[in-house]
Design a protein. Sequence first.
Length: 193
Amino acid sequence: WSSDQPMRKVFYISILLVSCLTSLATAQSVEPDSPVITLERNPGFWGMAAPCPFFLLSIFADGRIILEPRDVVEHKVVVGKAIESRIFRSKVDELLSAFEKANFSTLPSTAENRRDRKNCPEYWTDSSTAVTSIRSSAGTIRVEHYHGCKGTEELKVITALEDLIDRTVNIKQWFDCKLGKNQIDLLKPVSKN
């Protein structure tokens, strides 16, 4: 027994350590079927076909991404067939780190207060909107960014985060207006009934 005891101690400590780490990971993680980051880009002028890009992008903790292309047909939003892809988990971690460095939770939403000159010193009509969210075990933080608002450092930070998400998932493989590749092409096989 005496020679066996150190091995048993190591065994029990190992089980205790694994149990604690599993509990900690479960408590700090979000549900695997819930995205940790979303980016929704909406068109500016809703009375006609949407300029590209127009989509909802969901990024999951394991690197899975789901892209829902959208369009406006007869003043109604039409959602195309979802596209699934994947990025490296390390890229998701880099995005989450960028959100943390940018103090995302302190950034203002401009969709509701477009004419507030403190948060929106420069204002244009009919601009597009981006809605970005990040989710953690503490909850979801959501920032609506009306692109007709310009002129503050916070708005530059929000735009930089939106652009970083686009680059990280290589959004140009689906949406590139310069090449004429946009949501209208992605929606062709979808019925408009």
